[in-house]
Design a protein around this ligand. Sequence first.
Ligand code: SF4
Ligand code: SF4
Length: 190
Amino acid sequence: MSRTQPRKTATPKAGATKTAATKAAVRPKARAADDRPFWKRKTLDEMTPAEWESLCDGCGRCCLNKLEEEDTGKLFFTDVACKLLDHESCRCKNYKTRFKKVPDCVSLTPKEVRKIDWLPPTCAYDLLAKGKDLYWWHPLVSGDPDTVHKAGVSVRGRVGASEKDVPDAELENWIVKWPGKVPKGAARKR
Ligand code: SF4
Ligand code: SF4
């Protein structure tokens, strides 16, 4: 096995592009205001940098090391976390300057999200890119940043080790399935 090129993802980069402003010379009818939340009425490319950032639920799953089988391209998650991941908050300890210490950390942009295939199935970016909705526990939906932990989606309490303590050659011993699944309670509707 070899490490996947984007073996870690970083949380979002403000990569949204603005749509061209439209000038309607004549508005035949006043349109009802669309009061749906932004992730339901905008495409990934239309989101503002702040909206894009807020899509990250803070689960930390993408900061786990992954392996790719050379022959088949099959992806495996491990529970070995990036050296910069805080195992309790599930956030990056040096988000702004992370590339200095972790050059292969990947900045998520709409284009990247559509291209890569190794985001966990709970990831908001992956869900929206596939035309799905956010789950009830997403902080934007629940209004509570702790629901991602309460629903068992985050890596809190589940990180096996830091990559500081696991040589690359031993990553195979740390393969786990849970980061590639949606926990039962997290999948149900509310
Ligand atoms: S550098 Fe930070 S954002 Fe990137 S993988 Fe590591 S913990 Fe995650
Ligand atoms: S996997 Fe989780 S932490 Fe990573 S970008 Fe997606 S929502 Fe954010």
